[in-house]
Design a protein around this ligand. Structure first.
Ligand SMILES: Cc1ncc(C[n+]2csc(CCOP(=O)(O)OP(=O)(O)O)c2C)c(N)n1
Length: 310
């Protein structure tokens, strides 16, 4: 969680230095979901994420130097600077993301279908926010995964907001997990600010999908501490409310409290871990900002098939 937080804070610094263009969506406040998920993922599993994807990429083992270079649009980035922050793609870890809300789920379905056809015991994890759970893609992907009992886990990060739209105002059900019955899926719910709880519940979801039980919807409730994107005026909530969420639900603070209360760690040791990660990201960011941008002469590369197979 600390590494994920430090990574996103480095992205905020990169934005301040004008190294990132377009909208930036960070996952600050939602790291317990990424860290809890990481424990149950195997290398051959696939993760298809959203516009808010950095901590999911780190959870899947994407190289953080290549990821940060991609976000800063450098030639040495994961996609040679062409994907940027919303479209990192890493075949070596089976990780990808899309900025099209809800579209991660049909892609995850494709992975799940392929795993089934190849007789692999890998699982496809499709991630969406609560907003994405109201799209057609969510429904279509789950209909097919349920009908064919495909190894797919749909992780819904319910932070109760889709930009400014409140979940309670637009959802036909109180939770997303309870829709699982309609798809012959298993529906699970977890407090997404509690990293131990996420790790347990996510492992249960993965076991179910891996053992041919069919799809799972796992809904993790959480809170977004910053604007929807950097620069969001946040007219839909007060500064005080945002501050209250941060003070009450920060997953790192909550876990620190658990570790120190149990006598497993002293505050000093935890401060040192946080300082170490911050320092490492500071060094990495300065190295990335020294990397060259892609050569403009290559702007048309990879757009067209060079040779049509006979
Ligand atoms: C198909 C589509 N419609 C609209 C948008 C614009 N948009 C970007 S993020 C977002 C809200 C997503 O909310 P949610 O799924 O809850 O994710 P969160 O931002 O809370 O993580 C919208 C409407 C988009 N990117 N794609």
């Amino acid at each position: 969680m600390v590494a994920m937080r430090a990574f996103d804070e480095a992205c905020l610094e990169a934005l301040r230095r004008k190294a990132i263009h377009g909208e930036l969506h960070v996952g600050i406040g939602q790291e317990a979901i990424g860290a809890g998920m990481a424990e149950a993922l195997e290398p051959e599993d696939a993760v298809v994420s959203t516009h808010r994807n950095h901590y999911h990429a780190l959870a899947k083992g994407v190289d953080r130097r290549a990821l940060l270079a991609e976000i800063c649009e450098r030639a040495a980035g994961l996609c040679q600077g062409r994907g940027g922050h919303m479209h990192p793609f890493d075949p070596s870890t089976n990780f990808s993301a899309t900025g099209i809300v809800g579209a991660s789920l049909p892609v995850a379905l494709g992975y799940a279908h392929a795993f089934g056809m190849r007789g692999m015991d890998a699982v496809a994890v499709g991630i969406t926010g609560d907003g994405g759970s109201h799209t057609g893609g969510f429904h279509e992907a789950l209909v097919m995964a349920g009908a064919r009992k495909l190894p797919m886990v749909v992780l819904v990060e319910n932070n109760a907001l889709a930009i400014s739209v409140q979940f309670d105002d637009v959802s036909p059900t109180k939770t997303v997990a309870e829709r699982a019955a309609a798809y012959s899926a298993l529906g699970l719910h977890v407090d997404g600010t509690d990293v131990d709880a996420v790790a347990d519940r996510f492992a249960e979801a993965m076991d179910h999908a891996r053992s041919a039980g069919g799809p799972v919807i796992i809904e993790a409730t959480c809170h977004r501490f910053r604007g929807h994107f950097e620069g969001d005026p946040e007219g839909y909530r007060s500064k005080e409310e945002r501050q209250r969420l941060r003070e009450t639900y920060d997953p790192i603070t909550l876990y620190r409290q658990r570790l120190t209360t149990a006598g497993l760690f002293e505050d000093g040791a935890l401060d040192a871990i946080q300082a170490e990660e911050k320092a490492a990201m500071k060094v990495l960011l300065s190295e990335v900002l020294d990397m060259p941008m892609p050569d403009p002469a290559g702007v048309l590369d990879y757009l067209f098939v060079e040779e049509v197979p006979a």
